[in-house]
Design a binder for this molecule. Structure first.
Ligand code: ADE
Length: 240
């Protein structure tokens, strides 16, 4: 069974887009996932096929209508009743590698892409929709966020990445950033590769990588570091 990506969007031509090339593109050609973009406008009922209207209470921009979106969502739920339904919005909960793993292990995902100022809030009350953000910045719409979410899922599908995706050492699986990488040439612009990596001593290399991962996480991502340390303090073996 292939992973079904159903995307509700005003710009279906954006899919698969970049996911039609490289790793995800090969997986798509091999049938490991299917890409099913659906035009939201097809669920409008007036002659202008309108999907948005002015915000209640006034203000800039337009808001996506709950009634039109609900018809699109209901169509998708009927088509893929088992797939979780996400809506990409900067008001959502941040996407995590843990959630990506869950999604990739399931039958697929249906993604509603927001545009304009946002989506009528009543839609989130009336349908089982998980609001998801990919970060604290504003995109011009949910489509790029949907592509990011799908890319993160697809690389984890069985047979897509091979050995490299076993994943235990990857960033975030340990709650830390990954250690830094080096390759040939051994000297470049006067810079050498850390000696330990050329020592052949695997225990020493592992210890060095752990230290680097911890140092970089503490400096670059104090938020991750705090959570990591907090989790360690909670665990029975937490005392150092
Ligand atoms: N739509 C606009 N900005 C977004 C973001 N940061 N995450 C998800 N969807 C979005």
């Amino acid at each position: 069974m292939s992973f079904a990506a159903t995307i509700l969007t005003l710009y279906p031509e954006m899919f698969p887009g970049p996911l039609g090339t490289s790793l995800a593109g090969r997986a798509l050609a091999e049938g490991k996932w299917v890409c099913d973009p659906i035009q939201i406008r097809d669920f409008a009922t007036d002659k202008h096929r309108s999907v948005d209207d002015t915000p209640a209470g006034g203000g800039a921009g337009m808001v996506m209508r709950a009634d039109v979106l609900a018809r699109a969502v209901d169509h998708a739920l009927e088509k893929r009743p088992d797939a979780p339904l996400l809506a990409m919005t900067p008001r959502g909960r941040p996407l995590t590698q843990a959630r990506v793993r869950e999604l990739a292990a399931g039958p697929g995902v249906t993604i509603l892409c927001g545009r304009f100022e946002g989506i009528d809030e009543r839609l989130f009350e009336a349908r089982p929709i998980e609001p998801v953000s990919i970060g604290d910045y504003i995109l011009s719409g949910g489509e790029m966020a949907a592509l990011v979410t799908l890319d993160a899922c697809i690389r984890l599908l069985p047979g897509v990445m091979g050995a490299a995706s076993s994943g235990d050492e990857e960033s975030f699986e340990s709650g830390l950033l990954e250690y830094p990488h080096y390759t040939r040439p051994p000297e470049w612009e006067g810079r050498t590769i850390p000696e330990v990596l050329r020592s052949g001593d695997h225990a020493k290399i592992e210890a060095w990588r752990k230290t680097m991962a911890e140092n970089d996480t503490r400096l670059r991502r104090p938020d991750l570091w705090e959570r990591h340390e907090g989790a360690r303090d909670q665990s029975p073996s937490g005392a150092r």
